[in-house]
Design a protein around this ligand. Structure first.
Ligand code: FAD
Ligand code: FES
Ligand code: MG
Length: 276
C-alpha cells in the first residue's frame, strides 16, 4: 500500500477510477492502478498493488519521499453509485483494493452492503479491517481454508442469491476467471452484475486500442468506456487470451530486473559503483 501526493487527482477522483503511472524515463512502461482511496484534504491518493512483474516490483522498491515520474488520472468512468437495496461486493485477491472505494460509495448511498473477500491463502487477505468497517455482513473465504471459510467466492455468492429477497446488485472484482464465474453464478438468478476489467493498457485515453474487450458483441475500450461493464455480457475468454499476449516478454523483463537488482546489491556490498 502506498500513499502518493497528488492533490489534483485526490480532489477529482471518484470510486471506480484509476491512474496510469510511469516510474521514470528509463523504465518507460505505463501501468494502470486503481485509486483505492483518496484524501483531498491531505492531497493524497492510496494505491494498493501486488508485485507480479517488473514494474510493480520496481514500484515496491520506492521509499518514502521518492518520486513517480508520471502519474495520470483520474481515468475511466466512475462507478454508477445509487441506492438499489442490497449490494454484494465480491473481491478476489488484489481485486479487494479497487472494490474498497466502490463498497464505500455504495454504503454511503444508503445500500445494505454484503462483502465477500476471497484469497488463495490467509496471507493474501487484504484490507479486512477497512472492509469490515463498511460491511453490514462480511464473508471471508480462502482456497486452502487457512482463514475464514474454505471455499471459492462463488459458494457464498450463490447462497446469497438463493436468499429471499435476493441481492439487488453484485459488483465483482478480481482475476478474470473469478469474475467470469461470479457472472455465471448470478446469471440464473437475474441479479445485475458489474465487473471491473483489467485489460492491458498503454495510453489510457482510447487511442491505442490495446485495452479492447468484447462486451455484448461490441468492441469497447476498457480505459474510456470502462473499466466497469455488465458481467453477463463480457467475453471473458477473449479477455484472458489477450492478457497473456506478452507473457514471454514480461517474464524475461522480470527475470532481467531481478538479475540487475542482485548485481546492484552485490556491487553495493563490495562498495563498487555500477557504471551504466
Ligand atoms: P508484468 O509481468 O509486466 O505483467 C503481469 C501481468 O499483468 C500481465 O500478464 C498482464 O496480465 C498484466 N499487465 C501487464 N502490463 C499491463 C498493463 N500495461 N496494463 C494492464 N495490465 C497489464 N493491479 C494491482 O495490483 N492493483 C490495482 O489496484 C490494479 N488496478 C488496475 C486497474 C486497471 C484499470 C487495470 C487495467 C489493471 C489494474 N491492475 C492492478 C493490474 C496492474 O496494472 C498489473 O498487475 C501491472 O500492470 C503489472 O505490471 P508488471 O510490469 O509488474 O508485471
Ligand atoms: Fe489505449 Fe485503452 S489503453 S485504448
Ligand atoms: Mg510489465
Amino acid at each position: 500500500m502506498m500513499t502518493v501526493r497528488a492533490p489534483l487527482i485526490a480532489e477529482e477522483r471518484k470510486p471506480g477510477q484509476f491512474v496510469i503511472l510511469q516510474l521514470d524515463d528509463n523504465f518507460g512502461e505505463r501501468i494502470p492502478l486503481t485509486i483505492a482511496d483518496a484524501d483531498p484534504v491531505e492531497g493524497s491518493i492510496t494505491l494498493v498493488f501486488q508485485t507480479v512483474g517488473k514494474t510493480t516490483h520496481r514500484l515496491a522498491l520506492l521509499s518514502e519521499g521518492d518520486k513517480i515520474e508520471n502519474l495520470v488520472g483520474p481515468l475511466g468512468q466512475p462507478t454508477h453509485i445509487e441506492k438499489v437495496g442490497t449490494v454484494v461486493c465480491v473481491g478476489g485477491g488484489i481485486g479487494v483494493a479497487p472494490l474498497h472505494p466502490i463498497a464505500q460509495g455504495m454504503k454511503r448511498a444508503g445500500n445494505r452492503v454484503v462483502i465477500i473477500i476471497g484469497a488463495r491463502t490467509k496471507d493474501l487477505v487484504i484490507l479486512e479491517d477497512r472492509m469490515r468497517a463498511i460491511a453490514d455482513e462480511l464473508i471471508i473465504c480462502t482456497d486452502d481454508g487457512s482463514y475464514g471459510r474454505k471455499a471459492l467466492v462463488t459458494a457464498p455468492l450463490k447462497e446469497l442469491c438463493e436468499r429471499d429477497p435476493k441481492p439487488d446488485m453484485v459488483v465483482a472484482i478480481g482475476p478474470p476467471i473469478m469474475m467470469k464465474f461470479c457472472a455465471e453464478t448470478t446469471r440464473p438468478f437475474g441479479v445485475p452484475t458489474v465487473v471491473s476489467l483489467n485489460s492491458i493498457m498503454i495510453d489510457g485515453t482510447g487511442m491505442c486500442g490495446g485495452c479492447r474487450v468484447t462486451v455484448g458483441g461490441q468492441t469497447k475500450f476498457t480505459c474510456v468506456d470502462g473499466p466497469e461493464f455488465d458481467g453477463h455480457l463480457v467475453d471473458f475468454d477473449n479477455l484472458m487470451k489477450r492478457l497473456g499476449a506478452y507473457k514471454k516478454q514480461e517474464d524475461m523483463a522480470h527475470e532481467k530486473c531481478h538479475l540487475e537488482m542482485e548485481m546492484e546489491m552485490e556491487m553495493e556490498k563490495r562498495n563498487l559503483k555500477l557504471e551504466t
